[in-house]
Design a protein around this ligand. Structure first.
Ligand SMILES: Nc1ncnc2c1ncn2[C@@H]1O[C@H](COP(=O)(O)OP(=O)(O)OP(=O)(O)O)[C@@H](O)[C@H]1O
Ligand SMILES: [Mg+2]
Length: 374
């Protein structure tokens, strides 16, 4: 049976911290990642208390390893400077970040040469965020914009696969990385640097520094817009993005089912909370378009995302059908907008791109140019 997060937390409840409080209540625990019987998490403690915590880290690791079904457990001990403690690490990441001010309080430095950064996000995984992000980026490219893509999904990067990129980025001057060019997009992903098979052991602060490095230590060049493919959820990475980058806005992807919509609502709320404008909601896998007869069926009760967008007072950007071509092309690294420029799906993504462009064009340099298909 698969190991659950609750099982891990129950095991950790039996591990006392140096002051006697059970570990889950000691306000040091990061999010617990459980994947295929592998468990990772970190304990973020005050730098002065590291020695006292080391046996606890070891005891936590042993307790998790003892759970039936756990193949490996890795518990990292992260030291935090005094004064930044308190709260769960999800919040601590924000509090201890170099530019920790709330976006509303402080204007973050931009990324040199990049006019607008937009995030493509969802509250829930697997709704087609990465697929939407890639095709939206290509749609913006087709509008004559110079577009970059950053894969901020440190745990499960998708861009190497969706854009069929296997090469490694070169370094410039030993320190900066040269992004990869594909289909006219300038692309960077942690997946270019790390093998797909390598287990990813990331804890909050590492997620933050990986994203910061990909934003600031990569030669992005001149971009009208950078599309960021976000990891699902509302955790460390999203907060880091909001704090580290002056996001021009966020696009929320949802499927039409009620449950996904609840998550979409959380996504909208999160960006509003950090004062990042929500550019709108895309309903993905909105309806089923029969590949042989072209008949449309609303298998999930389509239209939920549009209603939700209206309810939340954010724009509705469009609906993308559930279609085998989108899936096959996407998973083969041949995104439809790049490889089937005349298909009806491409038209939909381009229409979404126009709505997004219109909202961000305040700052984007929309010099029209002819784009040659890659
Ligand atoms: N409109 C669509 N029609 C058919 N298949 C789709 C569509 N959109 C996405 N998919 C497929 O659904 C799967 C999940 O999509 P994708 O990886 O883009 O989701 P995600 O939200 O980025 O997932 P994660 O949360 O894991 O990052 C992929 O196999 C993709 O090809
Ligand atoms: Mg994804």
């Amino acid at each position: 049976m698969a190991v659950s997060k609750d099982q891990v937390l129950a095991a950790l409840a039996k591990v006392p911290s140096p002051n006697g409080v059970a570990l889950p209540d000691a306000r040091v625990l990061s999010d617990v990642v459980v994947s295929d019987g592998k468990v990772f998490f970190s304990l973020t403690v005050d730098a002065g208390a590291v020695k006292a915590w080391e046996p606890v880290r070891k005891a936590a690791e042993d307790a998790v390893r003892a759970i039936s079904g756990v193949q490996s457990a890795l518990v990292a001990l992260t030291a935090e400077r005094s004064g930044a403690s308190g709260g769960r690490p999800q919040q601590q990441v924000g509090q201890s970040a170099p530019r920790a001010a709330h976006p509303a309080d402080k204007v973050q430095p931009g990324i040199p040469g990049v006019d607008a950064v937009i995030a493509v996000a969802s509250g829930k995984g697997g709704v087609g965020k990465s697929t939407t992000a890639v095709n939206l980026a290509l749609g913006l490219r087709d509008l004559g914009l110079k577009v970059g893509m950053l894969d901020a999904d440190i745990y499960g990067p998708s861009l190497p696969k969706l854009l069929a990129i296997r090469e490694k980025p070169q370094t410039i001057g030993g320190t900066r990385l040269k992004p990869i060019e594909r289909y006219g997009l300038t692309v960077m992903s942690i997946g270019f640097l790390i093998d797909e098979e390598t287990p990813m052991i990331w804890r909050g602060p590492m997620v933050m520094s990986a994203i910061t490095q990909m934003l600031r230590e990569v030669e992005w060049g001149k971009l009208d817009v950078m599309v960021v493919d976000m990891p699902p959820g509302t955790g460390d990475a999203q907060l880091t993005m909001a704090q580290q980058v002056p996001l021009k806005g966020a696009v929320i992807v949802s499927t039409p089912q009620d449950l996904a919509l609840i998550d979409a609502r959380r996504g909208v709320a999160m960006f509003k909370r950090v004062n990042v404008p929500v550019l709108g909601v895309v309903e993905n896998m909105s309806y089923f378009l029969c590949p042989s007869c072209g008949t449309r069926s609303d298998i999930f009760g389509h239209g939920g995302a549009q209603k939700e967008a209206e309810r939340l007072g954010v724009p509705f950007l469009g609906e993308v059908p559930l279609h085998m071509t989108i899936r096959e092309k996407s998973d083969a690294g041949l995104p439809v907008v790049a490889t089937e420029p005349d298909s009806p799906h491409t038209k939909i993504y381009r229409e979404i791109a126009v709505k997004v462009r219109d909202q961000i064009k305040g700052s984007a340099r929309a010099a029209p140019k002819i784009v040659v298909e890659a």
